[in-house]
Design a protein around this ligand. Structure first.
Ligand code: B12
Ligand code: SF4
Ligand code: SF4
Length: 361
């Protein structure tokens, strides 16, 4: 059967590919599997006990998932920040990594849905994956010719670098496959040098136990050293992306909208927080975890009223908030004033008590 050219097909059917979307096609079966690599990361405990694709690597790492699928369309949405050039933060301000400054998955999903609708009308079977635990989204990126995997583990493309999100659409139609291209990081290792925690010390391998981005979405207790490394980050970390030369195009600029007022975040109700940041991965959809992030970031980037504000949080009903408030007071070197604001003998949480006693030593 003659293969179709997807780009002509989309033109004929009046489906426009937006400027910041790139698509490419991989023919199936591909014989590609990343199961071994995902299992290796898990066996070496580099996955920090995350579930996601690590729950079932046999399936998530499998390229040829569906017998009926003839092609996989790899879709990349680039969110290169194009606005103002201001990378500085005032005291009390926190940072949101640019992938999450707004819901950048929305336009990617919208485009994916346009394709699905078109294929449905033509009785072409489809199955889509975007950020699903059942599929490793980076699997076909290199083969599709869109780019390469960098030493930061990010998928990079010329003119875009790492600033892109990826989705895969399996289709039961044969489309012309795109050519794989030869790209590489060469001798660059700037992401490895820039990572504040050494999470990329082994090139092409992320140790999630050391990754700030991981900790800001983890329900586990954040280790003391990591709380300091978090700096003023409220959600996500962009250090290994900002440092990456292929992403530093003429358009590249840091957007002011990625800033948040940390005290405001902590004052918000949990429902308000979950609604305001509905596209974030928030453990158990519990807004306290976002407040925890904001509290750590505020202790690392305090404004004048931060200490007094944090003292008031010791009366919080939330164990998480009291726990991190005590650390924040320690970090701000005001532990000596703590007994005026907090009586540990009334503390009902063993976890909070232990933290208090550990820091008071
Ligand atoms: C779990 C997860 C995380 C975890 C772990 C990340 C990781 N690198 O695995 C945490 C929470 C830390 C995280 C952070 C981020 N994430 Co995330 N995350 C995922 C998720 C859900 C699964 C990733 C996965 O399966 N990892 C398994 C490990 C084993 O894969 P890997 O790290 O790519 O490892 C490969 C290499 O080591 C390679 N390899 C081994 N040896 C060698 C040698 C050579 C020479 C080469 C070339 C390769 C190579 O083999 C492995 C398998 O291919 C995907 C969505 C999805 N469903 O796929 C998004 C995804 C990877 N995340 C994404 C983003 C945007 C981020 C952040 C940038 C967000 C931020 N700003 O904070 C950071 C980046 C951190 C980083 N440096 O990776 C995007 C990345 C897009 C891109 N351009 O690549 C994805 C694809 C989501 C999406 N649909 O767009 N994430
Ligand atoms: S996201 Fe931050 S902590 Fe994680 S590997 Fe990149 S630079 Fe390091
Ligand atoms: S910073 Fe350099 S080594 Fe790291 S991913 Fe980008 S190009 Fe590759």
């Amino acid at each position: 059967m003659k293969e179709k050219n997807l780009f002509n097909y989309l033109k004929i059917h009046k489906v426009e590919v937006p400027e910041n979307i790139n698509i490419s096609i991989v023919s199936l079966p591909s014989l590609i599997s990343k199961t071994t690599e995902i299992k290796k990361s898990k066996n070496e405990n580099k996955h920090a006990n995350m579930k996601f694709t690590f729950s079932d690597p046999e399936y998530s790492g499998l390229g040829d998932k569906f017998e009926w699928a003839k092609s996989c369309i790899v879709i990349s949405y680039n969110y290169i920040p194009k606005s103002v050039n201001n990378h500085s933060f005032a005291p009390g301000e926190g940072a949101i990594a640019l992938f999450a400054a707004e819901d950048h998955y929305k336009p990617l999903k919208r485009f994916m849905n346009n394709l699905i609708e078109l294929f449905d009308n033509k009785h072409i079977q489809t199955h889509e994956f975007i950020d699903s635990p059942q599929h490793y989204d980076r699997i076909f990126f290199n083969t599709s010719g869109l780019g390469w995997q960098g030493k930061s583990t990010m998928m990079l493309s010329p003119g875009i670098g790492p600033w892109q999100l990826i989705g895969n659409l399996y289709v039961s139609e044969s489309f012309d496959s795109s050519d794989q291209k030869k790209f590489s990081c060469g001798s660059c290792n700037l992401c490895q040098i820039s990572c504040p925690t050494g999470a990329l010390d082994e090139e092409y391998t992320l140790d999630s136990n050391k990754c700030i981005s991981y900790w800001l979405q983890s329900p586990e207790i954040i280790p003391h050293d990591m709380r300091s490394y978090i700096g003023n980050r409220f959600y996500g970390c962009d250090e290994c992306l900002t440092s990456c030369p292929p992403g530093q195009t003429k358009d590249f600029n840091i957007d002011l909208t990625s800033k948040v007022d940390l005290k405001r975040i902590i004052k918000m109700s949990n429902d308000e927080l979950i609604n305001s940041y509905s596209w974030f991965y928030i453990p158990k959809r519990n807004g306290d975890y976002l407040k925890r992030n904001a509290l750590i970031a505020l202790a690392n980037n305090p404004d004048r009223s931060a200490v007094d504000f944090i003292f008031t949080l010791l009366k919080s009903e939330s164990e998480i908030i009291r726990f991190y408030s005590i650390w924040a007071i320690w970090k701000l070197q005001r532990l000596g004033d703590l007994p005026q604001h907090y009586d540990v003998s009334f503390e009902k949480s063993e976890l909070v008590k232990d933290e208090y006693l550990r820091l008071m030593k």
